[in-house]
Design a protein around this ligand. Structure first.
Ligand code: HEC
Length: 496
């Protein structure tokens, strides 16, 4: 099947705007001041607040972490493992990277990583003999909440996980007054059973499409069903939630259109965690606004080039550039470049949600601008990160609207991906088991478990149409490829 090189679908990705900028410094900017580490470091005074803020959302009783870190005893017992995971950047899970060839200009909203100063405190505590200090109650992280919730979408029945394997389960929802356009300004996933809910993907389906109507007829609304890890039905991604995330919120100026008759899908990845727990009924709080926004969010997915000229030549190509990851190759790269066509004015990249399948290890994107300005450099790293299928999330630039990266006609977006298609990749066994294979095979571009992808899904802010004007993507000719035209045609005919 032909995989679109650039898919331009409507919507999504709120979050961050006008939100919390308390962590606006990228961790790499942190200086470890001489006085950052006290002469004697104690658990209760120095370490516990860090662990409380950065680890306990998952590492508490009933959380998805494999053990609780909510006491001095637990901290002391796991100290070496904690240092190991923090130093190698595996904990807390957050795959953004800053490297010499690609460091984004802005930090990320809700970046959970420890600062250099916090890491230094952890090390000093261990080196100093893990002193307890004067007991203080453990500060469990406050559960973030969304206010002015318009409705909560709750499955009609709970899902009892199998307990012994990863499961991907979908539920369809019917947002209220589906025959009217709604502006989404906030969304919050409420995990019901923290022990099993690993991550959730929320997508929107075009309710006018026969496929959507058939899916609703087959599956019903509010009834969970197993849907496979690659097969979330989606016309576009609205949100990716991982544990510990803040609610997605925008100020009312910016909103995501939930189109008339749209259906939402919540796909949950469940952890195997034994069978002794209650069925899960994870819900979603939705906040809609009646105010016509000045900006709206769309999603532009850039990547997945399967041939030249976008796909560049690579070492293992046979007859010209091809997207093929040879079996047993431990480090295979594909490199693609997309020149942007005519675009509406003032289009800003707001967030990025990288997408690969199980065997991916790295993905990065840069932009080279045709007409750089003082505020918009000639070359800018847009995203750079390791890839872990289990920790997918949307990364939102931590800056104001005016400073967001702009895209314009003639700019080139350069995307590079890496994979490990060998048994040294810890995800290989899972891929082979899911696909019923005995050994690695050559991997090509596609949607199946045995295919891979290399896609940066950008949240894009564009000027909203005039009040009560129609929502159209016609002016957003990002690349002019057939799939884009298709999407434009489909969405252009609908009126709020
Ligand atoms: C978003 C949830 C989450 C957060 C936040 C988090 N962890 Fe974890 N942690 C996990 C999960 C889940 C595992 C089990 C392994 C996996 O799935 O990667 C884990 C595993 C670990 C392990 C065991 C790794 C091993 O293989 O032995 C350590 C140690 C650890 N975490 C420490 C920390 C520390 C320290 C922090 C805070 C600085 C932290 N974690 C923050 C979810 C989290």
């Amino acid at each position: 099947m032909r995989v679109p090189s650039v898919v331009f679908a409507i919507v999504a990705v709120l979050g961050g705007c006008g939100g919390d900028d308390s962590e606006s410094d990228a961790p790499m900017d942190d200086q470890v001041a001489d006085d950052a580490v006290p002469a004697e470091v104690t658990w209760y005074r120095d370490v516990q607040p860090i662990v409380g803020a950065k680890c306990a959302s998952c590492h508490q009783d009933g959380g998805i972490g494999p053990f609780a870190l909510t006491s001095y005893e637990a901290g002391a017992e796991n100290a070496a493992r904690m240092l190991h995971e923090v130093d190698r950047g595996a904990m807390p899970p957050f795959d953004a990277q800053e490297q010499a060839d690609c460091t984004p200009r802005h930090g990320w909203v809700d970046d959970p990583r420890l600062t250099e100063a916090e890491k230094a405190i952890l090390h000093a505590w261990v080196d100093g003999g893990k002193v307890a200090g004067d007991p203080v109650d453990f500060p469990l992280p406050a559960v973030p909440t969304l206010d002015n919730v318009s409705e909560t979408l709750v499955p009609t029945v709970g899902w009892a996980t199998s307990g012994d394997r990863d499961q991907f389960v979908c539920v369809l929802f019917d947002p209220m007054n589906t025959n009217q356009l709604k502006w989404l300004t906030g969304l919050q996933v409420n995990p019901d059973n923290d022990l099993v809910v690993h991550h959730a993907v929320i997508t929107e389906l075009d309710g006018t499409k026969p496929e959507t109507q058939q899916l609703v007829a087959e599956r019903g609304i509010g009834l969970p069903f197993e849907c496979g890890e690659m097969a979330t039905p989606a016309d576009f991604v609205v949100h990716i939630w991982t544990p510990g995330n803040q609610p997605m919120e925008t100020n009312g100026e910016i909103a995501v259109p939930i189109l008339p008759n749209a259906k939402l899908v919540m796909q949950i990845h469940y952890h195997p965690a034994g069978t002794t727990h209650l069925p899960d009924k994870t819900s979603i709080d939705m906040r809609y606004s009646d105010t016509w926004p000045s900006k709206m969010y769309f999603v532009a997915a850039v990547g997945n080039a399967f041939e030249a000229p976008e796909l560049l030549a690579g070492g293992s190509d046979r007859n010209g550039p091809e997207f093929r990851i040879p079996m047993n190759d431990e480090l295979h790269a594909e490199h693609m470049r997309f020149t942007l066509g005519a675009l509406e004015n003032d289009i800003r990249l707001f967030s990025v949600n990288p997408h690969m399948h199980l065997l991916g290890t790295h993905i990065q994107a840069t932009i080279e601008r045709a007409n750089p300005t003082a505020a918009q450099p000639a070359r800018e790293c847009l995203a750079n990160g390791g890839w872990n299928f289990d920790w997918q999330r949307t990364y939102t630039y931590d800056t104001d609207l005016a400073s967001l990266p702009a895209i314009a006609e003639g700019d080139v977006i350069d995307v590079k991906c890496e994979w490990n298609n060998s048994r040294s990749n810890p995800f290989m066994e899972r891929m082979l088991a899911d696909a019923g294979l005995g050994a690695p095979i050559d991997i090509t571009l596609g949607e199946q478990t045995t295919n891979e992808m290399c896609l940066e899904i950008f949240g894009v802010s564009v000027n909203a149409p005039p009040r009560n004007g129609r929502i159209s993507l016609e002016t957003l000719k990002l690349a002019g490829t057939p799939p884009v035209a298709e999407v434009l045609k489909r969405t252009g005919t609908r009126r709020p």
